[in-house]
Design a protein around this ligand. Structure first.
Ligand code: 5GP
Ligand code: ZN
Length: 135
């Protein structure tokens, strides 16, 4: 646990939260500033600041929990869609520097818009990036 990390304290039960699921490695809680009804956060109990620090096994665990929760949200909340959002770095909108995955159930006319302005890259730009990133 990292000193002064609010999500370490929540994940490990030192600060109470609206917990939806818990196992040895993860806790899923309701977000206190929800985008929609049922907006939840998957928190690892170990402190990792972001995706770069998250070990591969924990990354797999996050998706296992996300799948379990996604099915519950669909079946019990009746949401018609779901966004998984995960911010890394303040430039990307991260405000709490303990890894967390947002689960945002979506409903008709919920008033939220999670997206980006699509670019219009030339083929050469895509090819340049492909060469940089593809092995
Ligand atoms: P980020 O912007 O870092 O991706 O997301 C942080 C999220 O944590 C926000 O959606 C915010 O509402 C939520 N949050 C911040 N502090 C607390 C807290 O003490 N408890 C809970 N349940 N959620 C929190
Ligand atoms: Zn932490």
């Amino acid at each position: 646990m990292k000193d002064n990390c609010i999500f370490c304290k929540i994940a490990n039960g030192e600060i109470p939260s609206k917990t939806l699921y818990e196992d040895e490695n993860f806790r899923v809680i309701l977000d206190l500033g929800p985008a929609t009804r049922g907006h939840a956060l998957i928190l690892p109990k170990e402190h990792y600041a972001n995706l770069y620090e998250l070990p591969e096994e924990a990354a797999c665990g996050v998706m296992r929990v996300a799948k379990k929760m996604a099915e519950k949200m669909r079946d019990r909340l009746g949401c018609e869609g779901l966004n998984l959002v995960q911010n890394n770095g303040d430039l990307a909108g991260q405000t709490v520097f303990h890894f967390h995955m947002h689960m945002i159930p979506r409903y008709p006319a919920d008033g939220q818009k999670i997206g980006w302005k699509p670019g219009e890259p030339k083929e050469e730009e895509l090819e340049e990036i492909r060469k940089i990133l593809a092995d």
